[in-house]
Design a binder for this molecule. Structure first.
Ligand SMILES: Cc1cc2nc3c(=O)[nH]c(=O)nc-3n(C[C@H](O)[C@H](O)[C@H](O)COP(=O)(O)O)c2cc1C
Length: 381
């Protein structure tokens, strides 16, 4: 029998087994109401589970109401938000994928426009729609860019309260049935803004040296790790580089990864950029296929921490090569999963792992295998 492709080898993470290495990356939908998930989220995320992914992430979910990116972002700051998440987690798990959630706080970028309304700071048009502004939070009173609101610099008491809110949100995520929690430490949001010397100009113990700037990230990681059961994994998403000479560097990421590993973080999810401007790394500017893979590769080899590669990974053979070459442990797919929610099922066919729709949900696989057998009309690639 042919060797199982790397992409379809199960991965054991503490007590959790992912059926393959394909992860649906967190993707904001800007469609929650007062932080509560809707039918949209269930259908959107459900299709990725039935589409064969190993792990399905619910989007950036705010630990505080004021930590939402937009008015349409979900939260877990109150118990009434648990049932919506439970519905998603239950469906995803029932269809063979591991339900996962990203917890975050948008920091300086809290309370911005939904992308399709401009992706910038809220303006009069948004106010007219009922999306009113609030004062965002940051390490220092430095806005993201000209025209953005000046954030409130968090006090040490604010930080203590924030840590409690991370713990409470993680407990709610667990109650909802998620098996993996990821700390959002990327894209210019709160944790990243503490890490980066471009946005963190503090003179107390949460700023200054690399150690000081890492302190919030490490305290959040410790807090979440303490709440999250020992048999369930915790991921950390990082912006591995800011992309400027005076910003956060890849060497800093390696140090952070080593420290996170000591705390018991299981996987570093390696994204990049976003410290200024609105967009995430992958969405801003022209990028090459797999442009962030070198970050995962270095984290994996130099920090000895399992690494997830993300960013313009679109082809099954490309994903397979990244794993086969030992450059990452997991492959996260975002926009290509919007193009094809069955990306994992199609990848199994493209890599010869599935020859007769046997990995497809039985509701469709049975019919499709017969169509393939008895018709010239369609054959999988
Ligand atoms: C619609 C959309 C929403 C996103 N929301 C999040 C998010 O909630 N959290 C996050 O860390 N990244 C978010 N991202 C970034 C993706 O997770 C991913 O890192 C990025 O799109 C690069 O991967 P890709 O080239 O496969 O799309 C989002 C991307 C898209 C397209």
């Amino acid at each position: 029998m042919a060797e199982v492709p790397h992409l379809f080898r199960p991965m054991q993470l503490r007590g959790v087994t992912s059926r393959n290495r394909i992860v649906i990356s967190p993707m904001c939908q800007y469609s929650a109401h007062d932080g509560h998930l809707e039918d949209w989220h269930l259908v959107n995320l459900g299709r990725f589970a039935t589409g064969g992914a190993g792990i399905v992430f619910t989007e950036a979910t705010a630990v505080q109401k004021s930590g939402r990116i937009t008015h349409g972002c979900p939260g877990l700051w109150t118990d009434s938000q648990i049932p919506g998440h439970a519905r998603v987690a239950q469906f995803v798990a029932r269809h063979g994928a591991v339900p996962a959630i990203q917890l975050g706080h948008a920091g300086r970028k809290s309370g911005m426009q939904r992308p399709w309304f401009g992706n910038g700071p809220l303006n009069e048009d948004d106010f007219a729609r009922g999306d009113m502004p609030w004062t965002p939070a940051g390490p220092s009173a430095i806005p993201v860019d000209d025209g953005w609101p000046v954030p409130h610099a968090l006090s040490e008491d604010d930080i203590a309260a924030l840590l409690q809110d991370y713990a409470a949100a993680a407990r709610r995520a667990l109650a909802a049935g998620y098996q993996i929690v990821e700390i959002h430490g990327a894209h210019g949001y709160l944790v990243h803004s503490f890490l980066s010397p471009l946005s963190n100009k503090r003179t107390d113990g949460y700023g200054g040296s690399l150690e000081g700037r890492m302190r919030l990230a490490l305290e959040i990681a410790e807090t979440v790790r303490e709440v999250w059961p020992d048999d369930l994994p915790v991921f950390f998403r990082t912006s591995a580089v800011d992309g400027t000479e005076d910003g956060w560097q890849l060497d800093d990421t390696i140090v952070l990864a080593q420290r996170l590993k000591e705390i018991g973080i299981d996987v570093m999810d390696c994204s990049s950029s976003g410290i200024s401007g609105s967009a995430t790394g992958a969405a801003s500017g022209k990028r090459q296929p797999g442009f962030q893979v070198p970050y995962a590769e270095r984290v994996r080899h130099e920090a000895g921490l399992a690494a997830m590669a993300v960013g313009l990974i679109t082809h099954p053979q490309q994903a397979e090569a990244i794993l086969a070459e030992g450059r990452a442990d997991l492959i996260a797919i975002a926009r290509e999963a919007l193009v094809d929610p069955n990306w994992a099922l199609h990848a199994a066919q493209a890599l010869g792992y599935d020859t007769s729709f046997e990995t497809w949900p039985e509701q469709s696989g049975w019919w499709l295998s017969r169509r393939a057998m008895f018709s010239d009309f369609y054959q999988p690639e």
